[in-house]
Design a protein around this ligand. Structure first.
Ligand SMILES: *Cc1c(COP(=O)(O)O)cnc(C)c1O
Length: 396
């Protein structure tokens, strides 16, 4: 169908929750996407940090096709092999003991919040718990996940939210500590704030939070939906800090395109859930779990973490070059292949001009360009991205 006709139809039938780029994507190959007019785009968005392995990965596709022909769905009243193997892989990679699979990141947060509340309830016999979450955080759009999301713009129209949330300043230990009281069940934060503008946690901040949680018997929940699954150069970003959470959430690259998320917990926390406390029809179904298994396998086989460390360092270097060359760019922040450039003005136009150059980029907030490419990009793709972005910047 003609591009403009399709866009027109889309705007009539889909709810207006997004201002979409005027592009109709058709297929992908490696780190490139193609639209229905055959135009080629270098993809530094990966469907918002999802498609880590690149597009049209034959082994991944074949594994999914094989599972489709075998069994797609069973419900969680039965066991299935892929879910058990996927959980084992995720538990091992995250250092957690038990896993619950969901269909999205938002649901992983919902589950983590419920688990923290149940843990507190079991321990204290009271249902008056609080969760400390961070300003400028992003945890999802459902009522529970929105309740712990520190962005008033997303929350305002949807109040009253679930309550029991206290917000504190990210990377400000004194502020978080001052908000802890006898009702605090958990402290929740992203190891690297994504949506909020690519802010990694300060090592000192995270280590002190871990010590505080240990001292007070509070659960530490790390949201690694975006920064986890190798994006930082470690399977989970907290490994780089030598800190282990009690509960971790994952999604985005976990299934590399198949909708799947998870929350995983250490035994102490996980034990709070008993049959009937939580559930899902789809979560961890054989198809989604087969995707997770294959993703872990291909990460290992393809040396994905080594590539993130190598190419991530190169990307950071090249972005630093842009910071030096362009007065409108304030700074670079990030870790591995999760980088951001903060501008002194909204980046919407730069992103639109990059799109005209055949480069896909996302923003994080208004003034930050976010670079979250597939984790298989090479230095030559970074060079191509930089030259396209320079052209977009010079067009001003
Ligand atoms: C994307 C994201 C979510 C929400 O995940 P969905 O799959 O969109 O529901 C939650 N937390 C973080 C840090 C994210 O980046």
């Amino acid at each position: 169908m003609d591009r403009l006709q399709l866009i027109n139809e889309a705007e009539q039938v889909l709810m207006h929750t997004y201002n979409r780029y005027q592009v109709v994507l058709d297929h992908g190959e490696g780190v490139y996407l193609y639209d229905t007019d055959g135009r080629k785009y270098l993809d530094f968005g990966a469907g918002i940090a999802v498609f880590a392995l690149g597009y049209n990965n034959k082994e991944y596709n074949d594994a999914l096709k094989a599972q489709i022909d075998k069994l797609i769905h069973t419900s969680n009243y039965f066991y299935n092999e892929p879910a058990v193997f996927a959980a084992e892989k995720l538990a091992k990679a995250s250092g957690m003991d038990r896993v619950f699979f969901t269909n999205s990141g938002t649901e992983a947060i919902e589950g983590a919040v419920k688990l923290a509340r149940k843990y507190y309830y079991t321990k204290h016999g009271r249902a008056d718990s609080e969760i400390i979450s961070m300003n400028h955080s992003f945890h999802g759009r459902s009522m529970g996940a929105l309740s712990v999301t520190g962005n008033p713009k997303y929350r305002e129209a949807f109040e009253p939210l679930i309550g029991g949330t206290v917000f504190a300043e990210y990377n400000n230990y004194e502020d978080v500590a001052s908000k802890v009281d006898e009702k605090t069940a958990a402290i929740l934060l992203e190891t690297v704030q994504g949506e909020g503008g690519l802010y990694p946690a300060d090592p000192e901040f995270l280590r002190k939070l871990r010590a505080l949680c240990d001292e007070k018997g509070i659960l530490l929940i790390l949201d690694e939906i975006q920064c986890g699954m190798g994006r930082s150069g470690s399977m989970f970003c907290y490994e780089r800090y030598g800190v282990k959470p009690d509960i971790v959430t994952a999604a985005k690259a976990l299934g590399c395109g198949i909708p799947v998320g998870a929350f995983a917990a250490v035994e102490k926390a996980a034990a709070a859930f008993v049959p009937g406390d939580h559930g899902t029809t789809y979560g961890g179904n054989p198809l989604a779990a087969a995707a997770v298994c294959k993703v872990f396998e291909l990460y290992e086989k393809g040396g994905v973490l080594a590539n993130v460390n190598e190419t991530g360092a190169y990307l950071a270097e090249q972005l630093d070059g842009l910071v030096r060359d362009y007065d409108c760019i304030r700074e670079r922040r990030g870790v591995g292949l999760m980088q951001g450039l903060e501008f002194d003005a909204p980046v919407k136009d730069v992103i639109a001009r990059a799109m005209e150059q055949g480069l896909i980029l996302f923003s994080a907030g208004t003034n930050v360009i976010r670079f979250v490419p597939p984790l298989v990009i090479r230095t030559e793709h970074v060079d191509e991205m930089i030259s396209k972005l320079r052209r977009a910047l010079d067009q001003k």
